[in-house]
Ligand binder design. Structure first.
Ligand code: NAD
Ligand code: UD1
Length: 341
């Protein structure tokens, strides 16, 4: 099938493009390059030997969407990655987040109707589970958010679910990602954050590269084995393969499904630091600092629905995640750097 990837030049989109091409599908990316470089898709083509055309345009613009739907033939399904994703920034610029992340979905749903495309997979997040929950998190648990970014995911889930209830021909799969890290094992594509990273693994990679002098570990007084926060880290290539399974499911099954994409296992901040040091034979200096506001002790998925419904489960371990993240950083110290344009 031919799949439109909105936000397809980004971190998860580019890895998903590789997995779709390897599974024999065609891809078309639509990205406004707000947080991405076209170089990522050139490298997807180099890795796979396939075609990953990019339509430069905005998902909130009907004409740009029409170009993407028309440029390479009938689109059978969409995977909707496009959006802003920085939690802290969403608190200071809520309107930008609500406008971009919601308008993109509204305009995309209308474009899908115009172009007779009836299947959509949406990038949601474990952040929609809010903070007070029993672990592991199951898809039928109550939801609620603590920041505007999270609410945009929550609202998009609502919009898509309501549209699928009103239109029996529409298929929606809402994927709730846990913590995607790592990179393609070739080291050709990976996460290219701008400025000082907020998230743990990109921060560790920059410490390892000598760009930052140490890691701040946000709190060691949580009720966890070593006192540091526990998360469900998932290799981005596993996550990408989860999208192939989800989109293949979506084109066959109208209605809405919500599916966690995680490993079902939790690792602490210090587990990540020590694994990264061991597999890459490096030292990561760190200091314990106060907790980061809004953080919780432990988050991990119940990953059984993905296995049952999509016949997918994560296969790569923490060693691979840490090795591949460093391999990408080492080969691309400035991310897509001078190849950005
Ligand atoms: P990313 O920033 O690398 O990719 C998003 C892409 O969307 C970027 O290439 C950006 O240029 C593009 N974009 C943004 N607004 C657009 C618009 N209006 N029109 C066209 N393109 C637009 O982020 P990512 O890590 O690949 O995340 C992809 C999706 O998954 C996002 O929706 C994100 O919120 C969600 N998600 C990510 C994580 C994570 O940890 N990376 C976790 C949970 C959910
Ligand atoms: C973040 C997002 C969340 C998103 C998720 C998926 C925030 C506040 N939340 O979650 O919305 O769904 O990514 O990718 O950004 N840590 C440190 N030092 C650091 C950075 C992080 O100790 O410099 C710790 C954190 O306290 C946490 C763990 O590392 O315990 C993971 O943090 P991070 O990578 O930012 O992810 P989350 O906070 O889980």
């Amino acid at each position: 099938m031919r799949v439109l990837l909105t936000g397809g030049a980004g971190f998860i989109g580019s890895h998903t493009a590789v997995s779709l091409l390897e599974a024999g599908h065609e891809v078309v990316a639509l990205d406004n390059l707000y947080n991405a470089s076209p170089e990522s898709l050139r490298r997807v083509e180099a890795i796979t030997g396939g075609k990953a055309p990019l339509v430069i345009g905005d998902c909130t613009n009907a004409r740009d969407l029409d170009r993407a739907f028309e440029a390479y033939g009938q689109i059978d399904a969409v995977i909707h990655f496009a959006g802003y994703k920085a939690v802290g920034e969403s608190v200071s610029k809520p309107l930008d987040y609500y406008q971009n992340n919601l308008d993109a979905t509204f305009m995309l749903l209308r474009a899908m109707k115009r172009h007779n495309c009836r299947a959509i997979v949406f990038s949601s997040s474990a952040t929609v589970y809010g903070t007070i929950q029993k672990m592991p998190l199951r898809e039928d648990f109550p939801t609620g958010c603590t920041n505007p970014y999270g609410w945009t995911k929550w609202m998009n889930e609502r919009v898509l679910t309501d549209c699928a209830s009103a239109d029996q021909t529409l298929s929606v799969v809402l994927l709730r990602y846990f913590n995607p890290i790592g990179a393609h094992p070739s080291g050709r594509i990976g996460e290219d954050p701008s400025g000082i990273p907020n998230n743990l693994m990109p921060f560790i990679c920059q410490v390892a590269a000598g760009k930052l002098d140490h890691l701040n570990v946000f709190g060691n007084d949580y009720p966890t084995a070593d006192g540091t926060g526990v998360r469900d880290y998932i290799h981005v290539c596993d996550l990408a393969e989860g999208h192939v399974a989800a989109v293949e499911y979506a084109v066959e099954h109208p209605g809405t499904e919500v599916v966690n994409l995680g490993t079902g296992e939790g690792y602490s901040v210090l587990d990540i630091v020590h694994t990264f040091e061991r597999v890459n034979d490096l030292r990561i200096p760190y200091e314990i600092t106060p907790r980061r506001p809004g953080d919780v002790a432990t988050v991990y998925a119940d990953a059984s629905k993905a296995k049952k419904l999509l016949h997918w489960q994560a296969r790569r371990n923490l060693d691979s995640m840490c090795r591949d993240a460093w391999n990408w950083q080492k080969q691309n110290p400035d991310g897509y750097g001078k190849d950005k344009e």
